[in-house]
Design a protein around this ligand. Structure first.
Ligand code: SAH
Length: 448
């Protein structure tokens, strides 16, 4: 295949395509043609199992014989004025195939097919000799139905080295799944029927993980790459926003303490509004969408308004931020359970959450900085030892990660001395002591 080639995709629906040969290579070619909707005829005295199955399933026509001159251009059809009782009456009509694959394993036969194809101007793919072919089949990757890559076809050729082409095709498939390719649809599919039927978009509530760009899930990353609109928070993998195309609308509803937050009601409205315009909306949230993140309310609002919604779980800060600081939330012989609570609503709420927990349970508090003193005092009053170890882990999984260790009795004072600020995860329990041996465990990204 040293000669220049001209990549092209064909619509073979209902068009005659001939496969000469009955072995496994012919079977692969025939099944590809069947998938493409071609009217496939196989010419071979014997069939391998796969081809036999295709014939049995009625997917193609089998001529049980050797190849004959004229097979590419002439076609049998029932003779119109023959005696109706004679089922075998056929006549031959000129109906050239659009494409032929020859894979007989016999050079002289493949030569003959190729020669006749050339004379009749029919493209011919030869299994035995790519250089003697007039057409080549690429290695093909198709975006899976229902994923962000749906509708994409990538075809790879490698100059007569099919294994090399397959290897690249496999890498492309992996990249399609990873969400690192710009797979976003820029042209909407036209509705098949009902002119003007609006295409309704959908909303994906994507958990972005605790902050590092590569702690989002593969599915979340892929949906992000396909999004038309991204509604984002202050927390989560904000670095990924820079990877979005210039025409992707990014709506930042991130609250910073003291700044005007966008109300939850407004966020809900935004999601529905954009989806109704036919957009693919990603609601990118820090951590996991359903852990103290109001993702459930967003999902309910979408459904109540007839907008399809899906959730993509994320790595919650409740577990991953302590881990980054070398604190396992459970550890054999130290703590066999953990409780996650919001400290935002006040100490009462934290006490209620901790009340039924095992005495050794680790307590993980989110949004716990502003009311730390009050919360720690209430826990001591409720019977937790004043010297219970406490860790305050700020900005986990970012370059600014910082951990302050203290105790319930001294937490408020130490936090103030160190200038601890939100976002931080507060960990209360004996597991905090493990940090002395483990130290910081947040490795750096392997891809960055
Ligand atoms: N849905 C999120 C939690 C949202 S509540 C999740 O699953 O992680 C917001 C709180 O999460 C913050 O106040 C803080 O306590 C915690 N948090 C989130 N990301 C954090 C990070 N990178 N470092 C420290 N705390 C974080």
């Amino acid at each position: 295949m040293g000669s220049p080639s001209y990549p092209l995709t064909l619509d073979l629906t209902g068009r005659r395509a001939v496969v000469v040969g009955g072995g496994p290579v012919a079977a692969r070619r025939a099944s590809g043609l069947v998938e493409a909707g071609a009217a496939v005829e196989v010419i071979a005295p014997f069939l391998c199992e796969d081809l036999g199955a295709l014939v049995a399933g009625g997917a193609l026509t089998w001529h049980e014989r050797d190849y004959l001159p004229g097979d590419l251009t002439l076609k049998d059809r029932p003779a119109p004025d023959a005696d109706n009782s004679s089922e075998s009456a056929v006549e031959q009509v000129f109906d050239p195939a659009w494409l032929v694959h020859t894979a007989t394993g016999e050079r002289s036969v493949d030569d003959q097919v190729a020669r006749e194809a050339e004379a009749a101007r029919i493209w011919c793919v030869r299994a035995d000799d790519a250089t003697a072919s007039t057409a080549w089949t690429p290695a093909v990757a198709r975006g899976a139905v229902g994923t962000a890559s749906e509708g994409l076809t990538v075809a790879v050729t490698a100059g007569g080295d099919p294994r090399r082409a397959s290897a690249v095709r496999d890498a492309v498939l992996a990249a399609l799944d990873s969400g690192t390719l710009p797979v976003r649809r820029l042209r909407r599919a036209t509705p098949a029927s009902g002119a003007g039927t609006p295409t309704v978009g959908r909303v994906a509530l994507v958990g972005g993980g605790p902050g590092a760009d590569d702690l989002i899930t593969v599915r979340g990353r892929a949906l992000l790459a396909a999004a038309d609109v991204v509604v984002t928070d202050r927390l989560g993998p904000r670095g990924l926003l820079a990877t979005l195309g210039a025409d992707v609308e990014v709506v930042d509803v991130g609250k910073t303490p003291g700044n005007h937050p966008v109300s939850q009601e407004r966020i809900n409205e935004l999601l529905v509004h954009h989806a109704r315009l036919g957009k693919r909306v990603v609601r990118l949230k820090g951590g996991d969408p359903f852990v103290l993140g109001r993702g459930g309310e967003e999902a309910l609002h979408c459904l109540a308004n007839g907008v399809a919604v899906e959730v993509v779980p994320g790595v919650t800060s409740a577990v991953s931020v302590p881990a980054a600081a070398g604190i396992p939330v459970t550890h054999r012989g130290v703590a066999a359970s953990f409780v996650v609570a919001s400290a935002h609503e006040g100490a009462e709420h934290v006490l209620a959450a901790a009340a039924d927990a095992a005495p050794d349970a680790t307590l993980v508090l989110l949004m716990g900085v502003s009311r730390l003193g009050e919360t720690a005092a209430a826990l001591i009053d409720a019977g937790r030892p004043a010297d219970t170890p406490v860790a305050l882990v700020e900005r986990g999984w970012t370059p600014e990660q910082r951990t302050t260790t203290t105790t319930l009795a001294t937490a408020a004072r130490d936090a103030e001395l160190a200038g601890v600020r939100a976002p931080a995860v507060v960990v209360v329990g004996e597991v905090v002591a493990l940090r002395e041996q483990l130290g910081d465990l947040a490795g750096s990204s392997v891809t960055a």
